[in-house]
Write a new protein. Structure first.
Length: 194
């Protein structure tokens, strides 16, 4: 009986982010010298360097969803991007204009699609994040279009297979959380976001 099954028998299905850190380390530390670490005030990817012995993916506090999201970003980042702080991407917080929000969503749908797939492996509820609290709901771009883009990308990966590192992590998460549904059998529907 696996660890998650034992917890379930005790009435406790533990979604402690330290489990994600351990699974990530088992999957990637030896080959990529990369760790997933919580307790950060803000997410950050820090490549190995003069003052850093390892590449490190920091996620917010001990939030399970943040750990899954940052792991998704890392699984999608190419070798050159993994040599740059925060993968070399710009980030603008809650003060994004509608145009900046659209630019954010044009690149963010892939990590969120992968986070959703990882969430399914862990029996964790995924929530789409627009990551912009200052725009009122009325002034936000059509979030439905963003959700549709996430669903379409997730279905592409379900039908054609995940990128190699993402597949490795998904498989390990399925084992850790005793989820045996093969990727190609996942039901990925827009109604999941309701």
């Amino acid at each position: 009986m696996g660890y998650a099954a034992e917890l379930a028998d005790k009435g406790v299905l533990d979604h402690d982010a330290t489990r994600l850190c351990r699974v990530f380390e088992e999957c990637f530390f030896e080959e990529f010298n990369t760790l997933l670490i919580g307790e950060a005030n803000e997410p950050l990817y820090q490549p190995m360097g003069k003052h850093h012995a390892h590449h490190t993916v920091y996620f917010r506090h001990d939030y399970f969803a943040s750990a899954l999201h940052e792991a998704a970003h890392w699984c999608l980042a190419g070798a050159a991007r993994r040599q740059e702080i925060d993968f070399g991407y710009w980030y603008s917080g809650d003060d994004r204009s509608a145009a900046q929000q659209k630019a954010f969503e044009s690149v963010e749908y892939k990590p969120q699609a992968l986070e959703w797939i990882f969430s399914r492996a862990c029996h964790w509820r995924f929530r789409v994040s627009l990551d912009n609290l200052t725009l009122s709901r009325k002034s936000l771009l059509d979030s439905r279009a963003f959700e549709v883009a996430i669903v379409k990308q997730a279905r592409v990966w379900r039908d054609r297979g995940l990128p190699e590192r993402a597949d490795r992590f998904y498989t390990a998460l399925c084992a850790e959380f005793d989820h045996c549904l093969p990727l190609h059998e996942l039901q990925l529907n827009l109604t999941d976001f309701a």
